[in-house]
Design a protein around this ligand. Structure first.
Ligand code: ADP
Ligand code: MG
Length: 607
């Protein structure tokens, strides 16, 4: 009998090895983003189609590759990042195995365009299933563009086991978040099926987290800082009252690399001891910097576990610094000098504290038989007589809060030219509100301004304080596809927080008995449709951004449209409410709400 052992052909070996590195589209995304970071890019764009099953493209402005290196990059174990085993203990890059590009090229159609600063011409290289089909010089911007199409085209079994687009997109988004959080000094964009999901400007850690997780996150973060010989810890933990049952927002980064670590997770959880309800999970974003030779990340290409030299000390330091941060925070919670933007939730910034009034009637004589007049004069608190319309409002207790909030103008009116009564304010083209200021004038986009106001109100209702419902005399019935009803049911809790009251009658019939007070009945179908449509865009399920998105979507549907005329009173009210907002300059989508034209800039125009 002849010998039977043979070496596998390269492309088969590559395919098998690829299975280790590339398990799903998200693995490709991670590898490509990390390569771009390693190349020193300051701007990275990720574009995917069909949850990465059709296209994954990453464009960076990093250092690029020479023509030879471009070819070499796709060889197995080809890397520019380490040269010997000792380098493994002094890693300053994400990659070092030299396996990713070879693996990706074994199971997809890959196009690479790259150019270095010092070269006039770049290189285009095309590879299909490990075979180079084209390589030539090309004019291309400095940096690297790599596009991976038809992932697993030659491994049908793998392709078949990919999950739904929703699930794969969520995995990709998770990877994107991890890279983005660890590298706030890099601008990142992410587009999926032509929709821009994230556009993250260069910023600091806090701002980056907020940009990813939603504006509402900012006030939930407590800074953690600790510097020891063993480790430097920076980052944030979520305030205990925002902890949730669901897991999700728990991020450890070690030397800018996302990791999972059960032992350290325990350290954080135990620092929250006694501060969390039931089985609530703490939120944390912690960045650990440790000496490069004290951590071993060389375990597995796709694993996020690492090994530290001195885990016990690390545990103690992490626990102590989180405890310290939480302690500081609870002291600061009653420190009124604190910068409000960072520390105080909406509800507290908006409420005016007023001391109870005590009025004394000096004429009152308890011994006089005729004290009816004095009783009349005593302006004691009187509850308004119940009226029929009152029954139309459920949860009326809350409405006093609501009125407080709408009547308040937190930005000092002195910003405006004169006092309230004589403020110059008018509508232009049924689209803009012009308001004169001492320093010039404001041009306010009426639709966007209202959207901003509603967004903040709704977000507050969803997250901290249930909104008032307006009960419908005649319930609305909506016939919807079964899957859309399922989405509404899934969002029921949050929708009810905004003021909706509804129930499902049959699996495709929804009956609405109450609406958020700001929502007009005629807008209901359109708003719910938008809520359903947007919720299909995938986002990590448990992130703050879900409430954020619901608020943004509803606000968009409910806001006054361009083309609607507004009364003087309505405009004044809108302007006041706008400047009582936390972030009045931008819509939830980051669009400009108003422009400020100063007298000086007008003077310039007349020169
Ligand atoms: P590793 O990152 O482990 O070195 P990869 O297979 O991911 O292995 O990449 C191989 C090599 O290709 C890298 O070492 C690097 O030199 C080069 N390379 C990959 N992507 C880029 C990029 N976006 N810009 C510049 N060089 C890159
Ligand atoms: Mg790499």
């Amino acid at each position: 009998m002849s010998d039977i052992i043979r070496l596998l052909p390269d492309h088969v070996a590559n395919q098998i090895a690829a299975g280790e590195v590339v398990q799903r589209p998200a693995s490709v995304v991670k590898e490509l983003l990390e390569n771009a970071i390693d190349a020193g890019a300051s701007q990275i764009t990720l574009i995917i189609k069909d949850a990465g099953k059709t296209v994954i493209q990453v464009i960076d402005n990093g250092k690029g590759m020479s023509m030879t290196d471009a070819r070499m990059a796709f060889e197995r174990h080809a890397t520019s990042k380490i040269t010997n085993a000792n380098d493994l203990f002094n890693l300053h890059t994400k990659g070092f195995r030299g396996e990713a590009l070879a693996s990706v090229a074994a199971i997809a159609h890959v196009t690479l365009k790259t150019c270095r600063e010092e070269d006039d011409l770049g290189t285009i290289l095309e590879i299909e299933g490990s075979k180079v089909t084209n390589q030539e010089p090309v004019v291309t911007p400095k940096g690297t563009m790599i596009s991976v199409r038809n992932l697993f085209f030659n491994v049908p079994a793998r392709r078949k086991f990919l999950k739904s687009d929703n699930v794969e997109l969520r995995n990709i988004t998770d990877e994107f978040h991890r890279v983005a959080m660890a590298h706030p000094q890099v601008g990142l964009k992410f587009t999926s099926n032509d929709t821009e999901l994230f556009n993250l400007p260069i910023s600091n850690y806090r701002q980056r987290i907020v940009n990813i997780m939603g504006a509402k996150t900012n006030e939930k973060l407590v800074p953690v800082e600790e510097e020891t010989e063993l480790v430097t810890i920076t980052g944030f933990v979520g305030k205990p009252e925002f902890a949730r049952k669901t897991k999700g927002l728990q991020y450890f980064f070690v030397n800018d690399r996302f990791i999972k670590h059960n032992y350290l997770h325990h350290a954080v959880t135990s620092a929250f001891d006694g501060l969390l309800k039931d089985k609530n999970n703490p939120t944390y974003f912690l960045f650990l910097d440790v000496p490069k030779d004290s951590v071993d990340i060389n375990i597995h290409p796709t694993k996020t576990e690492v090994k530290f030299d001195d885990e016990h000390s690390l545990y103690a330091i992490v626990r102590a610094s989180v405890k310290h941060a939480l302690g500081q925070f609870s002291i600061n919670a009653i420190d009124f000098d604190k910068e409000p933007q960072y520390e105080v939730p909406y509800e507290y910034t908006k409420k005016n504290s007023s001391s109870p009034k005590i009025e004394v009637n000096p004429d009152f004589n308890p011994f006089s038989s005729n004290n009816s007049s004095s009783r009349k004069e005593t302006p004691s608190y009187s509850k308004p007589a119940p009226q029929a319309w009152e029954s139309l409002y459920a949860g009326l207790e809350d409405s006093s809060e609501l009125i407080d909030e709408t009547e308040e103008t937190s930005m000092s009116p002195s910003l405006f030219e004169d006092d309230h009564a004589s403020r110059n304010i008018f509508q232009l083209q049924r689209k803009f509100i012009i308001s004169t200021l001492k320093s010039g004038m404001l041009v306010i986009h009426q639709n966007r301004a209202h959207e901003r106001i509603l967004y903040e109100q709704l977000l507050k209702h969803i997250t901290v304080q249930r909104g008032t419902s307006q009960q419908l005399l005649f319930p609305l019935r909506l016939n919807l596809p079964v899957d859309e009803v399922a989405i509404l049911t899934q969002l029921q809790e949050q929708l009810e927080q905004t003021g909706f009251i509804f129930k499902t009658l049959e699996n495709n019939l929804v009956e609405i008995d109450g609406l958020p007070i700001q929502l007009k009945e005629k807008d209901v179908p359109q708003v719910l449709e938008a809520v359903i449509r947007d919720s299909e865009l995938d986002l990590p399920e448990e992130s703050f951004s879900q409430s954020d998105r619901l608020a943004a979507t509803m606000a968009r549907g409910m806001a006054i449209k361009s083309g609607e005329s507004m009364s003087q009173e309505a405009m004044e009210h809108l302007v006041d409410e706008l400047f009582a907002c936390k972030e009045c300059e931008l819509t939830a989508q980051g669009k400009k709400v108003f422009i400020n034209i100063t007298g000086d800039s007008l003077n310039l125009k007349f020169n």
